[in-house]
Design a protein around this ligand. Sequence first.
Ligand SMILES: [Zn+2]
Length: 230
Amino acid sequence: MFGVPPVASLSDVAPLLAAVGRSFHARGWAFATAGNFSAVLTREPLVIAISRSGVDKGRISASDFLEVDDKGVVVGGDGTPSAETVVHLAVVGERGAGAVLHTHSIWNTLVSEAAGAEGGVALEGYEMLKGLAGVTTHEHREWVPIIENTQDYEEMIRDVKAVLGLNPQAHALLLRGHGLYTWGRDLEEAQRHVEVLEFLLEVEGRLYASSGKLKAKAAGAAEGGRDGDR
Ligand SMILES: [Zn+2]
């Protein structure tokens, strides 16, 4: 249903992206204005469709998407593109992705914070991993790198490109205390990756909670303890 051909128009793709956005809101993965969604329209020259800034994802519609070029300049539609457009463009450039999706779920926020000092989270041994492109066995080990969050988008882009270069097999990355980025060759695959990763990060987060890994963080914060990592 959500497949996007290699060359597509904004009017074709925007309703599909909007439906994905509303479904993520309904699942609790993109509340309020959080999250952003994009798909490649043309590769040469590169033009992507991306959600505009400040849209409530429960109400996002086809008119909330813009066309931007490889520099992030709006070339179609009205409004300001998401501040994180640069991350979408970096993933498209580095991975050749056809679609990039970004969610702010409770579990991806908790896990990215709790595992942030380790630089990533390993997802291993789960049948659900087979939903990731190219993965054929539950014995796969998926390393999801975690990048420190920042409002300095130039720094963020440097970090995103570096981590993608260091982890050529990765299907996703996390911004610490912020959210998940994943992608796919098309919108259907990217959406599947969100579902797989949100499932696995919730599994991991519940394990963290039962082992005290989340509790330890909360206790430190409640005591006003030192936290040099943030
Ligand atoms: Zn975000």
